[in-house]
Design a protein around this ligand. Structure first.
Ligand SMILES: Cc1ncc(COP(=O)(O)O)c(C=O)c1O
Length: 380
């Protein structure tokens, strides 16, 4: 079992998570983990840095495409032709480009990852946000509501699977429903699957593998940014089985791929060639334990609820019963814990807590939040 309890001091490492936190504040916000990357990745990076030449790499990276394809086969029992893979600078530029391809307006469910909510500005295209259905604490996609929101101008549906911030890993049945909806309205299915290796329960199905229709009408985006904990080494890929769509997408990328980076390539090879599989398995086990700690804390804390996380290391805490003007500001000021403000995902009465960290750090954050809530509830 790998040990995830030690993380070196991350201040002064260009980490926005830590540098944005005022003195004495524990940062539990942005989605990277306070966990060192796997040893094979560290070794590969050290080895590459030791060689003092940093010339242009081959931009095709056929071998890496083969590794990604084999990895999809191994994990999801699905065939990927390496030629379906198109490299992207990172996942979000890929999502924005995919949305631009279809033009027209686009739609997705809220709460939703904040940068997907920004795509409307970045792509210069209108969007419609449709609330997810909430049954108890469980979030599901609501295609009855979306049916009412869709118009002839709607051209794209963005899926986030696993879903940030509500931690869902959608079932095949739910994905078939999404596929049927897209087919009925002739929508391009753009699926952000950056968290797909962070499934804690259930089984991930890539969008292109849902059925024959999605195979020809989808763009699936992924990377090692989340599971490998290397978002500071930006990179990613789109899987596009439809050759015409792929050619359009690749054309849209022309000029941007001069940012291919040799250190990132060294890390990616290790994350896809199987060298880090045991580390990833242990990491998921560590995250399951941390999730259970958060869930237990939520059960014991009056006024807070959360959906059960099937995936990701992000807990979306519903604080509306606490009747606070801003739960995020409250926890920052009174508990000295920095959380992501639910407002950016479309719910100002929630906060997102990142439990991708040592258990001791998580417990420290929860204790601080507990103390602040005790004082608040007692009226001090
Ligand atoms: C759902 C989702 N998509 C995309 C990203 C960011 O991707 P990238 O940094 O590769 O652009 C994140 C980061 O938190 C995310 O949660």
């Amino acid at each position: 079992m790998h040990d995830f309890e030690k993380c070196p001091d991350r201040t002064h490492t260009d980490s926005i998570k830590w540098s944005a936190a005022p003195e004495g504040v524990l940062p539990m916000w942005v989605a990277d983990m306070d966990i060192p990357v796997a040893e094979p990745v560290q070794e590969a990076l050290r080895e590459r840095v030791a060689h003092p030449c940093f010339g242009y790499p081959d931009f095709e990276q056929k071998e890496l495409k083969n590794l990604v394809a084999a990895h999809y086969h191994k994990l999801y029992d699905t065939e990927v032709d390496p030629d379906w893979i198109v490299w992207v600078p990172s996942v979000m530029p890929g999502v924005t480009l995919a949305v631009r391809l279809a033009q027209g307006s686009f739609t997705y469910f809220v709460p939703m990852y904040n940068h997907i909510r920004e795509v409307t500005k970045e792509a210069g295209l209108p969007m419609t946000e449709v609330p997810m259905k909430k049954t108890g604490t469980r979030f599901t996609m609501d295609f009855t509501a979306m049916e009412e929101a869709v118009t002839p101008e709607t051209k794209t549906f963005i899926l986030c699977n696993p879903h940030n911030p509500v931690g869902r890993c959608y079932s095949k049945k739910e994905l078939l429903e999404a596929a049927a909806f897209c087919e009925k309205h002739d929508l391009l299915l753009v699926s952000d699957e950056i968290h797909c290796e962070l499934v804690l329960e259930g089984r991930h199905t890539p969008a292109f593998a849902v059925n024959e229709w999605t195979k020809m009408h989808s763009i699936t985006l992924g990377s090692q940014g989340k599971i490998g904990n290397i978002p500071g080494l930006p990179f990613g890929f789109a899987i596009i089985p439809n050759a015409e769509l792929r050619a359009q997408f690749a054309k849209g990328l022309l000029g941007t791929m001069a940012c291919f980076d040799v250190l990132t390539l060294a890390a990616y090879r290790k994350l896809y060639d199987g060298s880090c599989d045991a580390w990833k398995e242990d990491l998921r086990e560590h995250l399951r334990r941390n999730r259970d700690i958060v869930e237990k804390w939520v059960q014991d804390t009056e006024g807070i609820t959360m959906p059960h996380n099937e995936a990701t290391y992000l807990a979306f805490l519903d604080c509306r019963a606490l009747v606070l003007q801003s739960p995020a500001k409250f926890f920052l000021k009174e508990a000295k814990v920095m959380l992501s403000d639910g407002e950016i995902y479309g719910d100002p009465q929630s906060v997102r807590l990142n439990y991708g960290c040592p258990e001791s750090q998580l417990r420290e954050a929860l204790n601080r939040m507990d103390e602040a809530l005790k004082k608040y509830k007692s009226g001090c």
